[in-house]
Design a protein around this ligand. Structure first.
Ligand SMILES: [Zn+2]
Length: 676
């Protein structure tokens, strides 16, 4: 063959192999045998090897896996990746619809939505980007805003196309999952090799996507069900072929494009139909090759979906309808007590390991002494354990008929298991706490938990310092407090039992990486009582640095949205404590804390906006962001205190309200002039 013929043959083989991939992996209707497929693949491999000028990074041959990488790059999602809100019963589902109908009515929309009920697969969300028809990137969902680049791993997945049949640019969202039989197969191999087993298909899928060697991923047989095309990305493009009027059309289009789409779904005229489908699947859920933890009910009509928009956390147009909690019985082998970071003592049930909702469970929290008394649970008892969604497993009942004769009631220890200080209940507001506390400020267990919290993902995110390592370093006195972490040197770690040069370098590198940190994560890492991740974010919007927060009075702090008096009190007393002050004085010089303060002196400062209708170029979320970035506020309904109604095409009663209240109605162009 001359070069021209070689090129033609390569092109032909790539097309042919892609066609048979779709027939096999998407439609489950192979037309050729595996042997023929493999021999075509080998022919292509040989041609490419001998003619490297025709190499393509998207050839079917790349599915065997490329070179090992050394880490995953971060990817900022072009469109924020939301997750759905949950409901657990039919009434809650109806309430969700009611809320939506109320919103639509306000916009003068009379139409009632229809729905698509899809399986909620127990896997991991992946975001796939195509440019001009070519697969260019895959990312994990991450925190919804930033994910990890797993492109090379996803290239090995046979249930997605590497080249689309049309030259369009789209972002496709799907769920990566593993078959139950692949879990069994892989665990059997790992058992032979003496490796830790994967607890469930979801862990296996997560572990597989995070492999640094794509060749291993290629052997794992990971699957992806595609379920969404990001319509937002299509708005300004001419790719009208990918614009769909309904969710069902979108799913059909995805399978036309060569994606694997789950056929177990149903278009429902109303929620009653969705309920029947749901009940059928509660029965059938274990019969499938994939794990299902519920249904996702989505409004079928795209324009209604868009009209409804988002709450602060999730899109209104869809909802996860979780299956009821699963329940198992197991034996309570013992009760241990744990000392938390705040000194709270938590009794923990040590259980005979049991499979629950797909995971092996051997521990469950018993919350506190009162809960143990309420359940009257005793060591040796057979207990009923349940789990709903991602919630921690809990004991909810004791099977008293099976109680051993000599079982004794559990008595909470009177002293701290770590430091032997006397335990007591503390005053929280007007009430006495349900939990017992160790009040010793230098209790080693509390100290250790505090350090684990400090380095945790939502805190300083020092991933080189896992719980076990922190514990070791704490025990041998290498880490005495949070600031001492930043004094660690490679030489301190290298040579310790179990630590070589490489692990020492990795630990130091991850400590170095953590030195630059956004204010909210630093604030969270301090472990101040009641200051969780969201509260830390809310506070960080109002201050440029920790010093400002530490100087703020209770009145000022409790004015912040999301911060009540309880939180404000906790903050003030934390910063008033002299040992905390000393710790911060040692800690802060090691860090570069970045401000997240929201501008309050922008051109739109103190102005309130309401948005209605479809704007010519901005989506509503974009318009909202633009207004907020310039110091303005966006509310949902027009009132006397509204300054501007930003109106596009359409929009209903809000315009009438604006006229009634004599509120200025402006266009997108006017808005841009205001901030220019
Ligand atoms: Zn203690």
């Amino acid at each position: 063959m001359n070069k021209k013929e070689v090129e033609a043959r390569i092109t032909e083989l790539r097309k042919l192999l892609e066609r048979h991939r779709v027939l096999y992996h998407v439609y489950d209707k192979p037309e050729i045998s595996d042997e023929v497929y493999d021999s075509l693949m080998r022919e292509l491999e040989n041609l490419e090897k001998n003619n490297p000028e025709f190499y393509s990074s998207l050839s079917p041959t790349v599915r065997i896996g490329g070179d090992t990488i050394d880490h995953f790059e971060k990817v900022i999602h072009e469109v924020k990746q939301w997750s759905f809100d949950n409901v657990f019963n039919f009434q809650e589902l109806l309430d969700w619809e009611d809320r939506n109908l109320t919103i639509l009515k306000k916009e003068n929309i009379k139409e009632t939505p229809t729905y698509v009920a899809e399986m909620k697969i127990d896997g991991l969300k992946v975001v796939l980007t195509y440019e001009n028809g070519n697969f260019v990137r895959a990312a994990t969902r991450g925190n919804g805003e930033i994910g990890e680049d797993i492109t090379e791993n996803i290239k090995t997945v046979k249930s997605i196309p590497l080249v689309l049949p049309e030259k369009i640019s789209i972002t496709v969202v799907g769920e990566a999952w593993m078959k139950k039989k692949d879990l069994e197969r892989i665990n059997k191999e790992r058992e032979k090799d003496g490796l830790a087993l994967y607890a469930n298909t979801r862990n296996l899928a997560a572990g597989t996507l995070r492999q640094l060697d794509p060749k291993i991923v290629a052997t794992r047989n990971i699957q992806i069900y595609a379920y969404d095309i990001e319509q937002l990305r299509l708005r300004d493009t001419e790719h009208s072929s990918a614009k769909c009027k309904t969710q069902e059309e979108e799913l059909e289009l995805l399978s036309k494009f060569g994606f694997l789409v789950n056929k177990d779904r149903k278009v429902c005229k109303n929620l009653k139909e969705a309920q029947i489908f749901y009940e059928k699947w509660i029965e059938k859920r274990h019969t499938e090759d994939y794990g299902i933890d519920g249904l996702v009910i989505k409004i079928n009509e795209r324009y209604l979906w868009d009209e409804l928009g988002h709450t602060a956390k999730c899109p209104r147009g869809g909802i996860a309808y979780k299956f009821p909690a699963e329940v198992v019985a197991t034996k309570l082998l013992g009760i241990t007590v744990q000392v938390g970071r705040t000194g709270a003592i938590t009794p923990v049930a040590e259980l005979a390991p049991v499979l629950l909702a797909g995971s092996t469970v051997s521990r469950a929290t018993l919350h506190n002494e009162d809960e143990i008394k309420r359940l009257d649970v005793r060591v040796g008892d057979t207990v009923s354990l349940r789990k709903a969604g991602d919630v921690i497993p809990e004991i909810f009942d004791v099977i008293k008929d099976l109680r051993p004769k000599n079982a004794k009631a559990f008595v909470m220890p009177t002293n701290c298991p770590s430091c032997d200080s006397k335990l007591s209940r503390i005053q929280i507001g007007k009430e006495l706490s349900a939990a017992l506390y160790c009040l010793n400020k230098s209790c080693p267990a509390q100290h250790l938990e505090g350090l684990i919290h400090f380095v945790s993902k939502k805190g300083m995110n020092i991933d080189g310092l896992g719980e076990r390592i922190i514990e070791t370093f704490h025990d041998i006195g290498l880490i005495t407090d949070a600031s001492s972490i930043y004094k660690l040197k490679k030489e301190d770690i290298e040579g310790l039992e179990g630590f070589g040069e490489k692990s020492a370098i990795n630990i130091i590198a991850s400590i170095e990486n953590s030195r630059t940190v956004p204010l909210h994560r630093f604030l969270y890492s301090l472990g101040i009582r009641h200051v969780g991740e969201q509260t830390a974010k809310d506070i960080a919007k109002h201050f440029s640095n920790l010093k400002e927060i530490s100087e703020a009075q209770v009145e000022k702090l409790s004015e912040i949205e999301g911060v009540g008096e309880k939180v404000a009190d906790a903050l003030v007393s934390y910063f008033a404590n002299s040992s905390n002050q000393k710790l911060l004085a040692r800690l802060i010089p090691n860090l570069k804390v970045t401000s997240e303060k929201v501008i309050t002196d922008g051109k739109l400062f103190n102005k309130t906006f309401v948005i209605t209708g479809t704007l010519p170029s901005l989506s509503r979320d974009e318009a909202k962001e633009l207004i907020e970035k310039n110091g303005g506020k966006v509310t949902t309904s027009v009132s006397k205190s509204t300054n501007y109604l930003l109106a596009g095409i359409g929009g209903g009663s809000k315009r009438d309200d604006a006229i009634k209240f004599d509120i200025k109605i402006i266009s997108e162009e006017d808005l841009k002039k205001l901030i220019a």
